[in-house]
Ligand binder design. Structure first.
Ligand SMILES: *Cc1c(COP(=O)(O)O)cnc(C)c1O
Length: 367
């Protein structure tokens, strides 16, 4: 064993050493349908204007610590209820990690136990990863075979494990469906003053359903969103809202200048042109309808309902389909090994009509 291997064994946590690196395939030359990105760019005129604004940004200064302008724009244009503020993150990935860190009691004090973080599974990978890194226990509660919430199982798990944090992605990733809103409300109510419910609305621009307006109804509710799926994945900006007193606690964990000035300027600009991004989301929703109908007509293919900018489907042989698509320069996500409910399932991002058709043709050839 070399000195560096010894050093790593002596210093890096066992559970960190045990996991594989997050593998992001090199996508150059591929039709990229694996990461729920918006395929459209801003119109030329807006890009030029944005370029000017970015050029004027004070790169020599730290960002304005309060982020007041950006926060005010988010609150006024994205339906945050009156009296509620937002917490900003370097993507919602960072917000997930901030919340996990804030609740992750280590159980070292008398009468305490390690914190539990819970989500229905299959779920977005960062829920369990962030719990693990923060030193909390993650409990996944399987959804039903049709990917709907198993409410009785969730309520029983809440009673048994008393989670500090429960993530509910609305719509869920990787399945694409919206959970029943009454089931979600029952879970939020059951948590009461013992657990925080985070409704992750990463796909809200496509689902057009939200718990944001219901914040005043539930003191333990946090609604989290991102600009990533709307078309700004590159700038990394997530936000969440909830009771001001709860946000105050999360604020303490947030690194002070986590949102950089370029992101701040680009986000403020984008929010002034939200109509352009919303129109793109509308086009993608139309394509989702077309793609789902064409997929449903293919023999041997089972399509799951989606309210997001991706579709999950079951094919006869997911490994074969994914490797043949890759050979044809189309990248999608193989969900097969993620969860036993996802055997032979794949996930495809909805894109432009041309790219969707290229995917359909490649898929047909692989069946
Ligand atoms: C993509 C995604 C996110 C992460 O968004 P970023 O803001 O890009 O970090 C969060 N939650 C779910 C469910 C997602 O699918």
């Amino acid at each position: 064993m070399t000195a560096i291997d010894k050093l790593i064994e002596n210093t890096i946590r066992d559970d960190v050493r045990a996991i594989g690196s997050y593998h992001v395939p090199d996508a150059s030359g591929y039709i990229k349908l694996d990461a729920m990105e918006n395929p459209y760019e801003l119109p030329e005129e807006l890009r030029a204007e944005l370029g000017q604004r970015l050029a004027d940004a004070a790169l020599n200064r730290y960002p304005m610590a309060s982020y007041a302008t950006l926060k005010a724009k988010i609150c006024s244009s994205l339906g945050v209820p009156a009296g509620y503020d937002v917490l900003l993150g370097n993507g919602s990935d960072e917000l997930i990690s901030i919340m996990a860190t804030a609740v992750a009691r280590q159980g070292r004090e008398a009468g305490q136990r390690r914190a539990v973080i819970m989500a229905p599974t299959p779920a977005f990978i960062m829920f369990s990863r962030s719990a693990q890194f923060a030193g909390a226990d993650f409990v996944g509660v399987p959804v039903k075979a049709d990917f709907s919430l198993d409410l009785q199982a969730m309520l029983a798990a809440i009673e048994q494990h008393r989670p500090s944090l429960v993530f509910l992605a609305y719509p869920n990733n990787p399945t694409g469906n919206l959970f029943d809103a009454d089931d979600m409300a029952a879970i939020i109510r059951a948590l009461g003053d013992t657990g925080i419910a985070v409704v992750d609305e990463a796909y809200q621009p496509f689902a057009r359903k939200s718990f944001m307006g219901r914040l005043p109804e539930f003191p333990n509710l946090v609604v989290m969103r991102t600009l990533s799926k709307l078309g700004l994945a590159g700038i990394r900006l997530g936000y969440l809202s909830g009771d001001p007193k709860l946000l105050e606690q999360f604020e303490k964990v947030r690194p002070p200048y986590n949102v950089n000035v370029l992101t701040q300027v680009a986000a403020e600009f984008a929010l002034d042109h939200l109509d352009v991004l919303d129109a793109q989301a509308g086009l993608l929703n139309d394509e989702r309808t077309r793609l789902a109908a064409e997929l449903a007509a293919l023999p041997g293919v089972e399509v799951f309902p989606s309210a997001a900018n991706f579709i999950s489907l079951r094919v006869p042989d997911a490994d074969k389909t994914c490797s043949e698509l890759r050979a044809g320069k189309v990248l999608i996500k193989n969900l097969s090994r993620m969860d036993k409910l996802l055997a032979n399932c794949i996930r495809v991002t909805v894109s432009t009509p041309e790219e969707n058709t290229a995917f359909l043709n490649a898929l047909k050839a692989s069946l």
